[in-house]
Design a protein around this ligand. Structure first.
Ligand code: 9J3
Length: 287
């Protein structure tokens, strides 16, 4: 005999109430929050709270990308993590993106830096490699069980930044992208529907902001949130070196949009004023 409907409803309500009373913090926190409450020091630190291990992924491990390195948090007590793949720019080896690996993974992300098939690959090819590497990470990699396949992102420098925009256009399910000094022949990214942080450099003479980062940012009419971080006294190659400003805003962007972690909103909104390292910051001021 089925229990009366009223009893079922009452039991469900009681269970939910007890869960809230028993753990109010969990009830308020988003389900994907990982790690302790952030501070300015923690988002600027060289390492976050998670211990990190790395795995070398050799060529021919899976279709669609060449080879790379996975950096992952060793903690399995807090559930799965979001994942981000990162590809460098024209003529650049994977090692130019290596600093992002432990820096981001130690904050609670599975990160894979990529060696492109060719250092000459065009941006759209780099987009496909980043997406193929995400598929590998979530389906057959050694860390697949550590990753939430619904919370993925890409980043890249220069032609890898242009590739990041193309990747989001091709795969709207991406939760965040961070093009770094992006370069692409396409100016119109109005089809992108992913929260996008564009990092640009005020002295970039390779991907000049007037013909790249600025029109890219302005075209992002469908991105639910977007930001434009113009680094001060910085050239095209700034993103290949450890950079506290890039790290702080990248971590905050990934936390806010891959993890829906509003504890990081404080670093994004209100936007930062111009400073020694920030020439300009434009955004849609996410809540
Ligand atoms: O990835 C990049 O640094 C793109 C800038 C570039 O040199 O393009 C020239 C074809």
């Amino acid at each position: 005999m089925r229990p009366p409907r009223l009893i079922v409803v009452l039991v469900a309500l009681l269970t939910a109430t007890l869960a809230l009373v028993g753990n109010p913090a969990a009830a308020l926190a988003g389900p994907y929050q990982r790690g302790p409450d952030p501070t300015l020091a923690s988002v600027q630190a060289e390492r976050g709270p998670f211990a990190v291990q790395q795995i070398t992924v050799p060529a021919n491990s899976a279709p669609g990308f060449n080879r790379g390195t996975i950096y992952y948090p060793t903690d399995t007590s807090q559930g799965t993590f979001g994942a981000v793949t990162i590809i460098p720019g024209f003529t650049e080896p994977e090692s130019t993106m290596a600093w992002y690996g432990p820096r981001l993974a130690s904050q609670g992300f599975v990160v894979m830096t990529l060696e492109p098939y060719s250092v000459l690959n065009i941006p759209d090819n780099r987009a496909d490699q980043m997406l193929a590497a995400l598929d590998y990470l979530t389906t057959t990699s050694q860390v697949k069980n550590r990753i939430d396949p619904g919370r993925l992102a890409v980043m890249g420098h220069s032609m890898g930044g242009g590739g990041s925009l193309r990747a989001a256009q091709k795969r709207p399910s991406l939760k965040a992208i961070i093009p770094l000094a992006p370069w692409h022949t396409e100016r119109d990214w109005s089809a992108v529907k992913t929260p996008t942080l564009i990092v640009a450099a005020d002295n970039d003479f390779i991907a000049g902001v007037g013909t790249h980062a600025e029109p890219f940012y302005n075209s992002l009419g469908q991105a639910p949130e977007k930001a434009y971080l113009l680094l001060k006294n910085a050239g095209h190659m700034a993103p290949i070196f450890p950079n506290t400003t890039i790290a702080m805003y990248s971590i905050s962007w990934l936390k806010r949009y891959v993890d829906e972690d509003t504890r990081y909103s404080q670093f994004l909104c209100p936007p930062p004023a111009p400073s020694n390292t920030i020439a300009q910051y434009r955004d849609t001021c996410p809540a």
